[in-house]
Write a protein that binds this ligand. Sequence first.
Ligand code: MN
Length: 206
Amino acid sequence: MAAYTLPELPYDYSALEPHISARIMELHHSKHHQAYVDGANNALAQMAEARESGNFGAINKLEKDLAFHLGGHVNHSIFWTNMQGHGPATPEGEIASAIDEFFGSYDAFKAHFTAVAMGIQGSGWAVLSWDPVGKQLVIQQLFDQQANTAQGTVPVLQLDMWEHAFYLDYQNVKGDYVAAFWNIVDWNNVQDRLAAARNGTSLLLP
Ligand code: MN
């Protein structure tokens, strides 16, 4: 069974400053993301033990652990590649056309996505996803690491709204964190993910 591993970041920990500090990036990647990787591997190992022993008494807990930790691993793996430190950018080409088509305008999309991020009760993510059933972009409010989204939707842009993602830099002022995020989105990555999702080659991970 393949073990999950922590992916390298495509940039230095300091690359996203001043929008996200190197200290947050280091803790978030090397500690938080690592813990999700370890948790997912651990859940799979315990499931294998349960099959071997025939004792499935803890299976509900293990299934929840797998959903949470594998969700965390996937979410962070996408999130890191959704960002860049080269400077502010706006969507162009296919991704810009798709945003206009499904949300009316880039400004309307940003307002919708920002409201979803700001409205999360507890921990979660704002997610722009391709829905292959309706063949359209949708914005989802992901609870924790794994809940409140539909099976089969393919995430193309994710913003981590857990407090560990911003509290050292922004304390309780999460609106400033969300506003800063728009300066560091890697729209080329979002474009690549959208193109792959539309082709049915999900490009879930880099
Ligand atoms: Mn996180």
